[in-house]
Design a protein around this ligand. Structure first.
Ligand code: HAM
Length: 417
């Protein structure tokens, strides 16, 4: 027997019974971001590998072990995007968008790729949607970004959201903090995992993000970044908190929140949700005031967030979306004449309305066509037989009320408009 070929681990087929919900949510996201004045940007799915090395950071998990990278026939080092921020910034610089407008508000929705260990809510090909605002260093921009993320979930009636915020300060604030954190952790060096011992050399802040219990105990008493913020960073963070309060957005300060990508500064945040288990971050983001300059562009403050589409699907109750019909009108036809007649009628109804109109293609019995119409949750069932054709009428059954009536063919289009 021939062996079946299966999909690649960590990827997912979205089957026809799921795509309606997918489309609904995708349209919802596009509309939601547009309503906030953000414009869509569509970047290539793969980029020069050095873009991700230089932005996300060589020592991060994403770059050091999760990227799908290859060398093509022309010896170019390429990588499937593991996130969108780097590509957005690359194209912002390349097309000199900063010269056209002082502020750019952009959004995206598309696929990203990370070779992580697949589990609930974690895939190797996943969809991300997010927004990036480039140009403003004011705290109201932070509040807007955080509130858009929060309100998106809130508007989809997702309860028990947990918004965590922190400030990891500007570069200046972090110099002293890094030193003190390092000195504190050096005392426990022999107790740390190998990964953390390595991070102690490369990026000690990432140790704060540990998932290992005994390391959590060690960092419980570690110096806290918020105590090291300079007055400007402190004031910025304090405004962000004030604005969130004004917007009635509940948050908690998590002074261990540092995020897993290297480009952040000042405000960072994540929104968590209990239904997701271990992978409970619905979204995450923060400021990246140095990234544009580090990638060769003009100094440009920026902030954004990205969210997992599959995780949104898991947290949302899709039954509340009101998607419940595969078709609006089902035309039941019996006999060759009626089949031809139903095809023609379906075409006319479609071009005169927004109804989804379907006809039988399997020459089923009347009973099983009726079953089909019920299964598809149709609003109307139309019945055409030889008798109806000879009299120029159609039987129309309203499936909600159960009423059935004969409608003159010449009035049918009007009947449905
Ligand atoms: P991130 O925290 O790496 O941030 O990813 C953002 C979100 O993408 C996560 O909270 C999660 O919902 C989803 N996600 C990440 N990896 C996976 C996966 N393997 N499977 C399913 N979902 C996943 C970023 O990507 C930054 N670019 C966010 C950002 C935008 N910061 C500023 N602007």
């Amino acid at each position: 027997m021939k062996k079946n070929i299966l999909n690649i681990k960590g990827t997912k087929d979205i089957l026809p019974n799921e795509t309606l919900v997918w489309r609904y949510l995708s349209d919802y996201i596009h509309e939601f971001f547009r309503q906030h004045g953000y414009k869509e940007i569509i970047n290539p799915i793969f980029e020069d590998t050095s873009l991700f090395n230089r932005s996300i950071g060589k020592e991060t998990d994403i770059v050091s072990k999760e990227m799908y990278s290859w060398t093509d026939q022309g010896n170019n080092n390429l990588t499937l995007r593991p996130e969108f921020t780097a590509s957005v910034v690359r194209s912002y610089i390349q097309h000199q968008l900063g010269k056209q407008n002082a502020l750019h508000k952009l959004y995206y929705l598309g696929d990203a790729f990370r070779r992580e260990r697949p589990q609930k809510g974690r895939f190797r090909q996943f969809r991300q949607f997010g927004i990036e605002a480039l140009g403003s260093n004011f705290p109201e921009q932070d509040a807007e970004i955080i509130s858009i993320a929060y309100k998106l979930y809130h508007s989809l009636k997702i309860q028990n959201l947990q918004l965590k915020i922190n400030s990891i300060g500007s570069k200046e604030s972090r110099i002293l903090y890094k030193n003190d954190l390092k000195s504190y952790l050096e005392k426990y060096k022999s107790d740390l995992t190998e990964t953390s011992r390595y991070r102690l050399k490369t990026n000690p802040l990432r140790i704060l993000d540990t998932k290992v219990d005994f390391e959590k105990e060690i960092i419980a008493d570690a110096p806290v970044i918020l105590d090291y913020l300079n007055s400007e960073d402190k004031e910025h963070f304090s405004y962000v908190k004030d604005f969130l309060k004004q917007l009635n957005i509940p948050y908690e300060i998590d002074n261990k929140l540092v995020r897993g990508l290297d480009y952040y500064s000042k405000t960072v945040f994540e929104i968590h949700h209990g239904s997701l288990g271990g992978q409970n971050a619905l979204c995450g983001g923060g400021r990246y005031d140095y990234l544009v300059e580090e990638l060769g562009g003009p100094s440009t403050p920026a902030i954004g967030f990205a969210a997992g589409f599959e995780r949104l699907l898991m947290a949302a109750d899709s039954s509340s979306f009101g998607i419940n019909s595969d078709a609006d009108i089902y035309i039941i036809s019996l006999g060759k004449n009626a089949i031809g007649y139903s095809l023609d009628l379906a075409a006319k109804l479609r071009s005169n309305s927004n109804f989804i109109v379907v006809t039988d293609m399997l020459q089923k019995t009347m009973k099983s066509q009726m079953k089909d119409a019920n299964r598809m949750n149709c609003k109307y069932m139309l019945i055409i037989g030889d008798d109806e054709i000879s009299k120029n009428i159609i039987q129309v059954k309203n499936m909600e009320t159960g009423n059935q009536e004969s409608v003159d063919l010449s009035n049918l289009i009007k009947y449905f408009s």
